[in-house]
Design a protein around this ligand. Structure first.
Ligand SMILES: NC(=O)c1ccc[n+]([C@@H]2O[C@H](COP(=O)([O-])OP(=O)(O)OC[C@H]3O[C@@H](n4cnc5c(N)ncnc54)[C@H](O)[C@@H]3O)[C@@H](O)[C@H]2O)c1
Length: 261
């Protein structure tokens, strides 16, 4: 698959990885890019720069997702590719995190993909073609030693992507799953007590992440790993869970120590 002449929707397209995806898809000849984000101001800024169109969208609201998909179908007649990328880092911690916070991150990091796929897949199935990318995280394959809601919801996002890839391949829909480690965006760069701050060490740029997406789409691979070392970590985790948990405990302690929390 390539993005040339495609009608594309990118959620979370106002900033970070989503913005870089929009710009790269535009540079590679996409026909039209819809930039949807809860941050409408920046979505519009991105849309203007790539001759696209901005939508205000809260991906945790199913009615809102349905409406956007209907509007795109109405205007462009089809949607070739959705990068379901919007997501939040959420809270540090585990048991102390309030249920409402767990619920909110689940809605944004998991259910959003269900809502968008549910609304868009029927038209893709009718045409026998379409592509759907879920931005999960390396935390969905490995874990996040400081933020259980993020780790759990990103694992769920990977599982959902796998299920959709299994179920809808025969209907002509190509599903992929983007699992980066640190990418230099607000999600990891913001704030001193950011639980993702330790990921800045080996972080790549959002543009490098978008480049990895383009290369993977060309090969139609399911798992997109902008940090190739993540593939090695997956093997290590599978080989010996206890050894792996032990090293994650050490990483957690080191991060907490360095932050003096
Ligand atoms: N930055 C990283 O290191 C990293 C690593 C792995 C995975 N990810 C994932 O990449 C995706 C993009 O994150 P990013 O790093 O670009 O962060 P970011 O904060 O720069 O961008 C996230 C975007 O999602 C939007 N958004 C948040 N909640 C929304 C909602 N309810 N409805 C619509 N839009 C909403 C934000 O306004 C923002 O524009 C997320 O799913 C994130 O979990 C990021």
């Amino acid at each position: 698959m390539n993005v040339k002449d495609k009608i594309i929707l990118v959620t979370g397209g106002a900033n970070g990885i989503g913005r870089a995806l929009c710009e790269r898809f535009h540079a590679d000849g996409a026909a039209k890019i819809y930039v949807a984000d809860i941050d409408f101001e920046n979505a519009e800024r991105v849309a203007v720069s790539i001759s696209g169109k901005a939508f205000r969208l809260d991906v945790s609201d199913e009615a809102n997702c349905k409406l956007i998909i209907a509007e795109i179908l109405n205007e462009s007649g089809r949607i070739d590719f959705i990068a379901s990328n919007a997501g939040i880092g959420g809270a540090q911690g585990s048991l102390e995190v309030e249920n409402e916070v767990w619920q909110k991150i689940y809605e944004i990091n998991v259910l959003s993909h269900v809502y968008l796929a549910r609304a868009a897949f029927p038209s893709m199935i009718e045409r026998g073609a379409g592509a759907f990318l879920i931005t999960a995280s390396a935390a969905g394959l490995l874990t996040h030693p400081l933020a259980a809601p993020y780790a759990a919801t990103k694992h769920a996002a990977v599982a959902l992507a796998e299920n959709l890839a299994i179920e809808f391949a025969e209907k002509g829909i190509y599903v992929s799953c983007l699992c980066p480690q640190g990418v230099k965006t607000d999600l990891i760069m913001g704030g001193e007590n950011n639980p993702n701050g330790f990921l800045t060490v080996d972080a790549i740029s959002a543009e490098e992440c978008a480049d990895a997406v383009i290369k993977a789409l060309e090969k139609e691979t399911f798992l997109i790993l902008p940090h190739p070392e993540v593939a090695e970590y997956i093997v290590k985790k599978a080989e010996n869970r206890d050894r792996w948990l032990h090293s994650l405990r050490k990483i957690r302690a080191a991060v907490l120590n360095s932050k003096n929390i």
